[in-house]
Design a protein around this ligand. Structure first.
Ligand code: COS
Length: 388
């Protein structure tokens, strides 16, 4: 397959790049240093349509295709990984499940507000004792009157500090297989008994808010249930399939930014009387970086295209995320190597890229989880139809 972006996709890249270079890149180092979430960019992201990218226009969104979405995330990450994950978590993890599993009333109630950025969304899945092992979650939603009582704790919730609407997963049954007893709910931050804790201080994406959520007898109405009771594990997995394509795009953008900074540095930095780009040792690193990024981009766009067609994309998403997460770490490492001692300081953006890259090998499923998903499909009973 030779991927050729459409005029519309090229336009998306150009407009997001212009915005990222003028509004995001100038503050990226500062918000990282200060661990400060750039909430001031949220209205601007909303105006550009980046907060409701695949929400259809009838619900107030931009109605973009999945490839345009990954292009936008990639361009934001090229300037600032934190801003890209703010957009990614909101679109992929909060909006997507409401769009695909919500009732008409839920879609009408939430999507226009989320797409405009008037309200921000987040995804409450991970718990202190349930990270990779999602089915081990203990947060419970016990039937009570005509609704549920929600109790428990979530951790590492991207966007938790500023989000208004959360897609929260909780156990509604302890009967049968653990994953069958999980349900999804749309939970408003304003509900009594819902508390948001202090954000974590992290190695990278330092400006991204990732606090714990605490639920103490939070009363949910019946209308808060997203999908059917017991469908939560499936909703989480399908949501993460798309989310992983977004994280692959984020990893690509981080790598692209570090690569471009390295090309500039290789042209300008003089040693032994000539730019270091004249040295084969540097040239080989640049060549490897460019090749890996292009390979990762093809995997990511392929996964997004499959998703857009409504075709199975779990395995393609896992491959894209696995490959791009690793390439981002490798490329950022080479970028520091090319920059030498300068690259190890905060004065150059590759230091931040190196720290930011690592999380793309961890969140929305570790490298090991992606390998598990890929290997499972390779060894699946073919008569049941393996995913691509
Ligand atoms: N789409 C739809 N359904 C899926 C699915 C997907 N992508 N993946 C799994 N399922 C279904 C399976 O078909 C199975 O359904 P049945 O019981 O009806 O047959 C069910 O879910 C259980 O699947 P599986 O046995 O593979 O589940 P495991 O408990 O072994 O978990 C892993 C599999 C580890 C891959 C999964 O829990 C996972 O992805 N963990 C990582 C979670 C994560 O990414 N956390 C980050 C949070 S966001 S920062």
């Amino acid at each position: 397959m030779h991927f050729e972006p459409s005029d519309e996709q090229n336009l998306t890249r150009q407009s997001v790049r212009d915005f990222a270079e003028s509004e995001v890149a100038p503050i990226a180092a500062e918000i990282d240093r200060e661990h400060r979430t750039p909430v001031e960019v949220i209205p601007k992201l909303g105006e550009l349509g980046l907060l409701g990218m695949f929400v259809p226009p009838e619900y107030g969104g931009a109605g973009m295709d999945s490839v345009s979405y990954v292009i936008a995330v990639e361009e934001l990450a090229r300037a600032c990984a934190t801003t890209s994950v703010m957009v990614e978590a909101h679109n992929s993890l909060a909006i997507w499940p409401i769009l695909h599993y919500g009732t008409e009333a839920q879609k009408r109630a939430y999507l226009p507000l989320l797409a405009s950025g008037e309200k921000m969304g987040a995804f409450g899945l991970t718990e202190p004792g349930a990270g990779t092992d999602v089915a081990a979650m203990t947060t419970s939603a016990v039937p009570d009157g005509d609704g549920y009582l929600l109790n428990g704790q979530k951790v590492f919730i991207t966007g938790g500090g500023y989000a208004d609407v959360f897609v929260v997963f909780a156990r509604t049954s302890t009967e049968g297989p653990a994953h069958k007893g999980i349900s999804a709910f749309i939970v408003d931050r304003a509900l009594p008994g819902f508390e948001v804790g202090e954000g974590e201080r992290k190695l990278g994406i330092r400006a991204s808010s990732t606090p714990p959520l605490m639920f103490s007898d939070v009363r949910l109405s019946r209308d808060a249930l997203l999908g059917a009771e017991g469908q939560g594990f499936e909703i989480a997995m399908r949501t993460l399939d798309g989310g992983r394509i977004g994280i692959a795009a984020q990893a690509l953008g981080i790598a692209q930014g570090a690569f471009e900074a390295s090309v500039v540095y290789a042209r300008e930095r003089v040693q032994f009387g000539r730019p270091i780009g004249a040295l084969q040792a540097i040239q080989w690193m640049l060549a490897d970086m460019a090749t890996e990024i292009e390979a990762g981009r093809m995997l990511t766009y392929q996964a997004a295209w499959l998703e857009e067609q409504g075709r199975p994309c779990s395995v393609a998403a896992a491959k894209a995320k696995l490959y791009c997460g690793q390439l981002a770490s490798r490329v950022a490492g080479m970028a520091i190597q090319i920059h030498g001692g300068n690259g190890y300081t905060e004065a150059y953006p590759v230091e931040r890229a190196y720290r930011d890259a690592k999380i793309t090998e961890i969140y929305e499923g570790t490298n090991e989880v992606q390998r598990l998903v890929i290997a499972k499909s390779l060894l699946a009973d073919r008569s049941r139809g393996a995913a691509s």
